[in-house]
Design a protein around this ligand. Sequence first.
Ligand SMILES: *Cc1c(COP(=O)(O)O)cnc(C)c1O
Length: 363
Amino acid sequence: MNTSRPIRARISREALRHNYRLAKQMAPAASAWAVIKANAYGHGQWRAVEALRAEADGFAVLECENAVALREAGVTRPILLLEGIFSARDARAVAAHGLTTVVHCLDQLKLLLEAAPAGAPLAIYLKLNTGMNRLGMGVADLRVARELLAGAPGPQLTLMTHFAEADGERGVAEQLACFKAMAGDWQGPVSLANSAAILRHPQAHADWVRPGIMLYGASPFAETSAEALGLRPAMAFESALIGVQNLAPGARVGYGGTFVAERPMRIGIVACGYADGYPRHAPSGTPIAVMGHRTGTVGRVSMDMLACDLSDIPDAGIGAPVTLWGNGVAGYVPADAVAAAAGTIAYELFCAVAPRVPVAVDS
Ligand SMILES: *Cc1c(COP(=O)(O)O)cnc(C)c1O
């Protein structure tokens, strides 16, 4: 619904394409799944598909229903189910629509083999647990899986794993060594790298990379900005001032009065709150831009509003544009900087943008 309340999320298809191309440039020998799970990290699955359909080597989603919807919308490229199937119905859909599915345990493999019509060619990503200890098989189950699959009609098999610390100090070395030991004499295709590994660990690029957060223009690294990595923000989260207050020294702002003015100051009230997806835990001083100037929030974030310091922006009055994050009319605020201030990551901010926020699409 398009409302007159000034809040908007603007999605740049051009930025999505730029970021996908950067992933391809970083891993030139690999094909790349555009990871569009979680409604394309809050950017809109269909917007991402539209932006990337001409060039993405494949799309990676979570729910089988979404994969089928992509097929029904005419997407003919490979589609990967990142957690595999959850039901016999999913298994039949995988066969009927030529989906590629992760198999992360033997129970899932048995479900797939029992429910998929006999003789259906299957494309399977066998997932190995190399140290994250979330999903994935150990070496004994991998052997059983390969035996079970030996009878199936020429399944296309890929070995995959997922890194827990590709963005951190420990990197990928241990998990990569574990993967190689488990894979043994495996000659087929391999898929390992998320955004952090694409950007930092070329030895882990393998055959298919799986860029997620980098497509949306945020950095997977705490200490390296998206800008320094050459990424462009795909979402601008914007609003405007709907109120202005002049504070006397000692005046408090917002619920709980957590912010106290130490001097006379002007603050702006922004039409954006935690019900729009702005993090409630963002403390006073979280970066925000008003009319081209960087400033900080003041006081607690409310459900529908937050406040910001206008002391150095005397021209900003009601209606002045505000950028909450991204490259907006009012200036550039990295989502990563807002996330860091609020003790979270840009992934969570993007996914939290609320359905009540109208979305506009740029070219
Ligand atoms: C979400 C996901 C990715 C993408 O990770 P980013 O850190 O966003 O690049 C890659 N692989 C798997 C298995 C995932 O679930």
